[in-house]
Design a protein around this ligand. Structure first.
Ligand code: 5GP
Ligand code: ZN
Length: 115
């Protein structure tokens, strides 16, 4: 698995920085966002370091699809029954702050802090 030693989320994957895990398999990690916008807010990341959506290759289609399919399953497990939002910020103008591709999964009863 290729990690970037300077990447925050690669450090989380490797257990160098703690996180509250929601789900993990060989290719994907999901963990609660440290600054949640809503009652439920977790991030899904590929374990392989991909900087952003702008760098996606055709060979990344499977892991992106697996992340998308996991969202409803994990939301259900976390008790979210009334809808959710998924967001992928890409690059500077897209508002991306951590440059390891991640999908925000946000849900739970409103009001939310953001979004
Ligand atoms: P972006 O703005 O890049 O789409 O989102 C980055 C997200 O990562 C933010 O929602 C931020 O709260 C979250 N985040 C940043 N640092 C950490 C951390 O150390 N642990 C966790 N769990 N989330 C983090
Ligand atoms: Zn990384």
């Amino acid at each position: 698995m290729s990690h970037d030693p300077n990447c925050l989320f690669c450090k989380i994957i490797q257990g160098q920085i703690p996180s509250k895990k929601v789900y993990e398999d060989d290719d994907i990690l999901a963990f609660h966002d440290i600054h949640p916008w809503a009652p439920v807010h977790f991030l899904l990341i590929p374990k392989r370091h991909i900087t952003s959506m702008a760098e996606l290759q055709p060979s990344d289609a499977a892991v992106m699809g697996q992340m998308a399919v996991l969202v409803p399953r994990l939301m259900k497990e976390l008790g979210v029954t009334n809808g959710f939002r998924t967001v992928i910020n890409t690059g500077a103008d897209g508002g991306q702050e951590v440059f390891h591709l991640h999908m925000h999964a946000i849900g739970g009863p409103r009001p939310w802090l953001k979004g």
